[in-house]
Design a protein around this ligand. Structure first.
Ligand SMILES: N[C@@H](CCC(=O)N[C@@H](CS)C(=O)NCC(=O)O)C(=O)O
Length: 207
């Protein structure tokens, strides 16, 4: 069995990278330079026609979308290692939070970035849309903050790959300018998560 992970540091690949490190399974890394347009080269597009990282190739079969990769790794390796819930309602909660993170929180953040980021030409920014997106991101951070009330982990009673993904995302939201101080439970959760060796390792520039 072979696993090849295509990634770029500080990108959507980072949470998958942290998940692979949490699992401690053998995998080969292929670092992709986004600035050089390496995801748009024919050999990469043949594996992922979306032209984005992350991409995991298992025994020659490419799998794209970070959440799909994490779900697959969770089912294949995480459960045995106590890092992913067994099939049943707890696993359904794992699916729920992973999908919520990318689809619901991610949607609002992407709308916010679209209307505020320096990487998007100013004439394409819309102040009202940015204001609405900001309120939406904040409302979604509150949902996560409340869901964590009284617990250290989002699903079950121990750290899981779901926490790894949520921590990475919430940390990224913070880096985009959203102060987590308004969400004390979430802030403590992120602080603990980013101190984990797997996360520290993938956040190094030479990761
Ligand atoms: N929904 C995708 C998003 C992947 C994505 O947008 N990746 C960006 C980096 S954050 C990328 O590779 N962009 C290609 C580029 O900038 O050339 C996932 O979660 O896997």
């Amino acid at each position: 069995m072979s696993l090849t992970f295509y990634y770029s540091p500080f990108s959507s690949a980072s949470t998958v990278h942290a998940v692979l490190e949490e699992l401690g399974i053998p995998y080969e890394k292929v670092r992709i330079d986004l600035q050089k347009g390496e995801t748009k080269k024919p050999e990469f597009l043949a594996l992922n026609p979306n032209g984005v990282v992350p991409l995991l190739v298992q025994d020659g079969a490419p799998i794209f979308e970070s959440v799909a990769i994490i779900l697959h790794l969770g089912e294949s390796y995480g459960e045995k290692k106590g890092l992913f819930p067994a099939a049943g309602l707890e696993r359904a909660k794992a699916f729920q939070w992973l999908v919520w993170c990318n689809v619901t929180l991610g949607e609002a953040l992407s709308r916010h970035q679209r209307n505020t980021s320096e990487r998007i030409p100013k004439e394409q920014h819309n102040a009202k849309a940015a204001e609405i997106a900001k309120a939406d991101v904040e409302a979604r951070l509150s949902i996560l903050d409340q869901a964590l009330t009284g617990k250290n982990f989002i699903v079950g009673s121990s750290f899981s790959l779901v926490d790894s993904h949520l921590v990475g995302w919430a940390h990224y939201v913070e880096m985009c300018g959203f102060a987590l101080a308004k969400y004390p439970t979430l802030q403590a959760y992120v602080k603990a998560g980013i101190a984990r060796p797997a996360y520290v390792k993938v956040m190094k520039p030479d990761a």
